[in-house]
Design a binder for this molecule. Structure first.
Ligand code: UDP
Length: 239
């Protein structure tokens, strides 16, 4: 079931339901992509029809952030819970292994995707990671060729938002992959280059604050969070 919050239609699911939906989709004949918008990107979508469309055209739209869940409550279309893209990506790995699907890791600085692949192969010996490529290619064609060459079924696209969303929209069909997932800085975290907020901070919805402390250069971008919440309040007041 989709729930609209400020123009974006989210799948109103728990983590378990999101994983079930992905499994069912992977067992079907269809192809599609998954987006995991947080408040920053949802705010950007308020001002970009193209971004709004690329998000709404996704097979699965998962609310990745306490800000989005808070906004959903403010506009009285409550989402069940935050479904973090990072957690979803890791929990999907055993499903991919079980279904015998081939995973490609795309994104981040040179070498990082390969490091992440090695760590994941150790944790999931039955998982087939069929290829990796960094995210600093000059033309989509380079990445596409790498994905097609190894006949990947699933691609974790970690180019940051909104670059990865537009990449998936343009390249899903020509890639031959069944499912692409836009996952931001996931490979940096898996490879150990970036730390995630401690659990207690995640539970309190303070992951954004932890990221701000670690990467103060994100301050400008993060100003979108209060602006997004304000947009939700405005919608609530106007009814
Ligand atoms: N990145 C990339 N290619 C680019 C720009 C960024 O591969 O052209 C990578 C970058 O190295 C980082 C990730 O995309 O690994 C973005 O991470 P971030 O945590 O900023 O994700 P976001 O919050 O934007 O989803």
């Amino acid at each position: 079931m989709k729930t609209e919050v400020l123009g974006i239609r989210y799948d109103n699911v728990t983590m378990a339901e999101a994983l079930d939906a992905a499994r069912t989709f992977l067992q079907s004949d269809a192809s599609g992509y998954v987006v995991t918008p947080n408040a920053e990107i949802a705010y950007e979508a308020l001002h970009s029809e193209a971004l709004c469309r690329v998000l709404n055209d996704a097979q699965l739209v998962l609310p990745d952030g306490a800000g989005v869940v808070l906004a959903s409550k403010l506009v009285r279309s409550p989402l069940k819970q935050k479904v973090a893209g990072f957690d979803f990506a890791l929990l999907l790995l055993p499903v991919l292994a079980e279904l015998g699907l081939r995973l490609f890791l795309l994104g981040s600085n040179p070498g990082v995707a390969e490091q992440a692949a090695e760590i994941l192969r150790e944790k999931h010996p039955n998982l087939c990671i069929c290829g990796t490529a960094d995210g600093y290619f000059s033309q989509d064609g380079e990445a596409l060729e790498a994905i097609r060459a190894v006949q990947a079924d699933v691609v974790y696209v970690c180019l940051g938002a909104p670059k990865q969303e537009f990449f998936m929209q343009r390249n899903l069909a020509p890639s031959g992959a069944k499912l692409m997932l836009g996952l931001g800085g996931t490979l940096d975290v898996v490879a150990g280059h970036v730390k995630r907020a401690p659990r207690w901070m995640q539970k309190l919805g303070l992951e954004w604050f932890y990221r701000l402390l670690r990467q103060p250069s994100r301050f400008g971008r993060m100003l979108r969070l209060p602006k997004y919440i304000f947009a939700a309040l405005k919608k609530r007041w106007k009814g």
